[in-house]
Design a protein around this ligand. Structure first.
Ligand code: ZN
Ligand code: FE
Length: 248
C-alpha cells in the first residue's frame, strides 16, 4: 500500500491510497491532480473519502465519481455526491485497496467533521494539522478541544495525513506560544529543511504532535506561563490559544 500526497490549490494535499491497481482518494477538492495521478500510474479509483463539506475538500467529487462507486462522508453535513453517510463509530471496509477504517466524529472546524483511522493511519482533514489545528468555523472551543483529545490519545506511531501544508507557519506560532520546547525547536529545523527542498512535512505522527503541537499541550508550564493561565482548566487554555492564533 502506498499513500501519496497530491498538492492542490495553494497549500492543500489530496491523499491517494493505492495498492498498485486500485486507489482511494481522500478529500479530492480538485479532480485534476487526482485524474492525472490515476492516469500516470494506471490506477482505477475505487472509492472517495470526505472529511467535511468545504469546497477545497469536496470540489472534485462530481468529476471523479462513477455510478456505483462509494463516496463516504459525514452524515451530519449536506455534501452532494456522498452515497455512504457516516457517523462516529462506523467502519469503512474496502476490498481493493484493502482498507478497514474507523470513523471518529471530530466536530470543531465544522459541525459534522469526521476523521478516518486504521491500518496505522489517520486522515483528519482540517482538524489536526502538523504543529496546529483547524479554525473554529462552526464548532465551539470545547468541541474542538475534545476532538483533539481523542486524536491525541491514538497510538503514538499513528501516521497523520492532514489536508494542508501549514507546518512552518504553525511552528512559528508554536514558538511564540510555548517558548521553552527544545524538541519543537529541533523539529522546526527539520521541517524548514524539508520545505527548502520543496518536500511535504507530512505525514507526521501522533507522538511527534504530542511533543511539539501547542494545541495538544495545554498542560505545558511554558505555554501556561505565556498565557498567564497557570491554574485554568485545559479547555480554557485551548480556547485562549486558538483565539490568539486567529489574530497571530
Ligand atoms: Zn476546511
Ligand atoms: Fe481545507
Amino acid at each position: 500500500m502506498e499513500i501519496i500526497p497530491l498538492p492542490a490549490f495553494s497549500d492543500n494535499y489530496l491523499w491517494l491510497i493505492h495498492d498498485g491497481r486500485h486507489a482511494v482518494a481522500v478529500d479530492p477538492g480538485d479532480d485534476g491532480p487526482v485524474a492525472r495521478a490515476l492516469d500516470e500510474r494506471g490506477l482505477t479509483l475505487a472509492a472517495i473519502l470526505i472529511t467535511h463539506h468545504h469546497g477545497d475538500h469536496t470540489g472534485g467529487i462530481a468529476a471523479l465519481a462513477r455510478p456505483g462507486m462509494p463516496v463516504y462522508g459525514p452524515a451530519a453535513e449536506a455534501i452532494a455526491g456522498v452515497t455512504h453517510p457516516l457517523a462516529d463509530g462506523d467502519r469503512v471496509v474496502i476490498d481493493a485497496p484493502a482498507l478497514s477504517l474507523q470513523v471518529i466524529a471530530v466536530p470543531g472546524h465544522t459541525r459534522g467533521h469526521i476523521a478516518y483511522v486504521g491500518e496505522g493511519m489517520l486522515f483528519c482533514g482540517d482538524t489536526l494539522f502538523n504543529g496546529g489545528c483547524g479554525r473554529l468555523f462552526e464548532g465551539t472551543p470545547a468541541q474542538m478541544h475534545a476532538s483533539l483529545a481523542r486524536l491525541s490519545a491514538l497510538p503514538g506511531d499513528t501516521r497523520l495525513y492532514c489536508a494542508h501544508e501549514y507546518t512552518l507557519a504553525n511552528l512559528e506560532f508554536a514558538l511564540a506560544a510555548e517558548p521553552d520546547n527544545p524538541d519543537r525547536d529541533r523539529y522546526r529545523e527539520r521541517c524548514r529543511a524539508l520545505r527548502d527542498e520543496g518536500r511535504p512535512t507530512l505525514p507526521t505522527d501522533i507522538a511527534t504532535q504530542r511533543a511539539i503541537n501547542p494545541f495538544l499541550r495545554c498542560d505545558s508550564p511554558s505555554l501556561r506561563a505565556k498565557l498567564s493561565m497557570t491554574d485554568a482548566p485545559d479547555e480554557r487554555v485551548f480556547a485562549e490559544l486558538r483565539a490568539w492564533k486567529d489574530r497571530f
